[in-house]
Design a protein around this ligand. Structure first.
Ligand code: ADP
Length: 278
């Protein structure tokens, strides 16, 4: 059964502070949808509303037409997996323990052989089977990220949410993680929603992009529709060139000059900085 996620006119306040306003998004089966926008524009808050860590004031998140407030926590965990920005374990859990935690929604009394098999399969799927008995806290950032993804996959969800999954990774691991997300959507028919800062990676791996500005959708559509020089100037306040010359997806080259940045930050300078005249 394939599930469709609909966000229907979502608004969200932290106490009296309005963070999200009038958000309407549909995510199809097999689709990767990325959420971009400046720091503080509401990306993480949106993901947390979708998976019910935060509770919007109205019933606005629908899975196959069912409002998530009518779905039990246990069932939600089977339908939706969430990979947060950072995961620090205060206990010395092994990698295998952490991935097994993803089976919690399915476990009644004891772990079954099936639960262990699925956890092992997910580690193998992500190419980290050899780390199974290592302690999570002793792994590199990239390895930890894969373990947390394996835990989400062990839930066998059909909707996966990722909050900045590439932010602390080197370029190779960034590509690897995004290839994994794309493959989950295409090969396992998952719907993937990912908040991400890197516009060029988002462009390469997304079917649809949503660009937020101050908690509202400023642009939505294909990478070509969203990543325009005008949209980026209006949302990020920087000049850029959008090129299609290297890939068949738009790539963004920021054109801001260093001395403009220094002026805007009022930093002290002794010698004039080299200016990029673009
Ligand atoms: P992004 O993920 O795009 O950086 P966030 O969703 O984290 O944005 O934050 C959106 C806004 O909500 C910011 O102004 C932030 O300060 C505020 N905010 C985030 N978390 C909380 C919180 N727990 N309580 C109050 N305000 C918050």
């Amino acid at each position: 059964m394939a599930l469709k996620l609909v966000i229907d006119n979502l608004s969200f306040n932290y106490a009296s502070f309005a963070v999200l306003k009038d958000i309407n998004i549909k995510v199809d089966v097999g689709e990767v949808l990325s959420i971009v926008g400046p720091n503080g524009s509401g990306k993480s808050t949106l993901l947390k509303c979708i998976n019910r860590i935060l509770k919007p004031q109205r019933d606005t998140i629908l899975i196959d037409g069912r409002c998530t407030t009518k779905i039990s926590i246990k069932e939600m965990s089977k339908l939706m997996g969430y990979v947060p920005q950072s995961s620090i374990s205060t206990f010395p859990f092994t990698v295998f323990d952490i991935v097994l935690m993803g089976r919690r929604p399915y476990i009644n009394w004891n772990l079954s052989e099936n639960d262990s098999r699925i956890a092992a399969e997910m580690l193998d799927f992500l190419g980290i089977g050899s780390l199974a008995m290592r302690h999570f806290n002793e792994l590199s950032g990239g390895e930890q990220q894969k373990v947390v993804i394996a835990r989400a996959l062990a839930q066998q969800p059909q909707i996966l949410l990722f909050d900045e999954p590439t932010s602390s990774l080197d370029i190779k691991h960034q590509l690897e993680i995004l290839c994994i997300l794309k493959s989950l959507a295409q090969n396992l028919s998952c719907s993937v929603v990912v908040s991400i800062h890197d516009l060029n990676l988002a462009s390469r791996f997304s079917d649809t992009m949503v660009m937020l500005k101050k908690g509202r959708i400023f642009a939505v559509g294909s990478p070509e529709e969203v990543l325009t020089e005008e949209n980026i100037a209006a949302v990020y306040d920087i000049k850029c060139k959008v090129t299609h010359s290297l890939l068949d997806k738009p790539q963004v080259v920021p054109l801001i000059s260093e001395d403009r940045v220094v002026r805007s930050l009022n930093l002290p300078t002794q010698a004039p900085l080299p200016t990029q005249r673009l």
